[in-house]
Design a protein around this ligand. Sequence first.
Ligand code: DAH
Length: 353
Amino acid sequence: MLEKLNEIESTALASLERVQDEDSLQQWKIAYLGRSAPLMQIFDQMGKLTKEERPLVGRRANEVKRALEAALAERSENMHRLALQRSLQAEKLDVTLPGRPQTLGRLHPATRTLNEITRVFGDMGFQVYRSPEVETDEINFQLLNFAVGHPAREMQDTYFVESSRERGDNPIVMRTHTSPGQIRAMREYAAENPDNPPPVRIILPGMCFRYEQVTVRHEMQFNQVEVLAVGKNITFGDLKGTISEFARRLFGQQVRTRFRASYFPFTEPSAEMDVECFVCGGAGCGVCKGSGWLEIMGCGMVHPVVLRNGGYDPARYSGFAAGMGPERVTMLRHRIEDIRSFWANDLRFLEQF
Ligand code: DAH
């Protein structure tokens, strides 16, 4: 009997050594400590032993049982510790490492200039009016006093959506400038009260398209911002005062402006406004090509024909208009030399702003 107990103990302990997972540990427990385990059978057979044998075998059997239970507990704890270690290793997380930087998005430089222009005119009482990018020839040209075949059309090479072959004298075009919005806005305002149309104070921002050979200085798409004020007793003095004040608010209070005579079919008289070069302060540099002045926008008094086409009687109303290119303003401010950078989507360019 005692020998049998020794054997049970050593087989059980040897078998426990080979246990690797929770399942086999349970099986081991049933095999060596369960109801029908050989050790338990020995307890069952105690009654058959002699008086002398009984205490010896009993003590030894209890010893083996305690030894097996202790070994089981230790094995089980070891296995749990190992499993924990393994999972800590596998899911290692170093909370002291610096985080990955989140890159911040930003607005396109042309959009930023556009927003600033909008804000300055907004402060001066002008509202934003939006008009379509696809226009009829009539609204883009004819009602602005560019007759069919007018030489001034040469200034604005045009993309056609539906050609003259399909639509005669009124083809569909991609707008070449934001000026057609003047006609749309005036007509909408005038419709409110045709006998006494309300005053207009608007800016018209938006994309324009021209059939250009793309170069460092020319793009086939670009933004413009049109300015339009129509009302009673509006004079050239109002035009000069308003857009000079605009230039000071955008470029700096010290900036001087000058007006040069020019020509546009839809304004009379027409002018061009220059601002003193904000790079060299007027002394002459590469940006202003030595002249000390930068050409910023075209402007003029709204032509009587255009007023009438918009529904405003030129005998009672007058107005001024102006137009500028935010990309050009952005190029001057940041000394950007290639207009193609605006639409190339090159992050190395865009990330500088
Ligand atoms: N529409 C003109 C162009 O694209 C710019 C312009 C000039 C707009 C004079 C005006 C203006 O409103 O008065 O070349």
